[in-house]
Design a protein around this ligand. Structure first.
Ligand code: ADP
Length: 155
């Protein structure tokens, strides 16, 4: 097993579902780098700095995880950090389809790169950042769905 993996995502914002995947990755790998990225296809509710701040707060209690923010291709960050394993969470068959395409694209760009999928935790299978953003827009209580760093930043 390689010592370090990377958990990339938009984290707009990070949810308890993401955090569950990060914790489980941290139990498998010696070190986990949680990378906050921008996708050209998306527009975000939170800036990359805000998303990074929320992720940093969320992983503060996980001794072998650290958060970074990166502009550009994930594989460039991986090559710079000497990481070859990506861990992604999957909730549904639709997630699987989309993730396979991303995994193939990353392997095309970096042939030694492997993507490992962890199934979403049962209680998080219907939880998405999209739902959380909707709830934030309507000022609903999201405290049960996200790490405290998210509710703190919103307040
Ligand atoms: P992206 O914009 O790159 O899809 P996200 O922040 O939405 O980034 O998601 C990052 C990763 O976390 C993806 O692999 C996604 O499928 C996974 N994920 C999102 N929500 C959950 C959840 N509730 N449980 C497990 N994995 C999740």
């Amino acid at each position: 097993m390689k010592a370090t993996c990377i958990c990339p995502g938009s984290y707009d914002p990070i949810t308890n579902g993401h955090l569950d995947i990060i914790r489980r990755a941290a139990a498998i790998f010696d070190r986990v780098v949680v990378a906050v990225l921008d996708s050209a296809a998306k527009s975000y509710m939170f800036s990359r700095d805000e998303r990074l701040e929320m992720v940093e707060g969320a992983v503060a209690g996980i001794g072998n995880a650290r958060a970074v923010s990166h502009e550009g291709l994930l594989v460039d960050l991986m090559q710079r950090e000497g990481i070859t394993v990506i861990v992604r969470g999957v909730r549904t068959a639709a997630d699987c389809d989309a993730e396979m395409q991303i995994a193939k694209a990353n392997r095309f760009l970096m042939p030694q790169c492997e993507t490992m999928f962890l199934p979403a935790g049962d209680e998080y299978a219907c939880l998405s950042s999209t739902i959380v953003r909707e709830l934030i827009r309507f000022r609903a209580d999201i405290s049960a769905l996200v790490p405290r760093s998210v509710t703190e930043l919103i307040q």
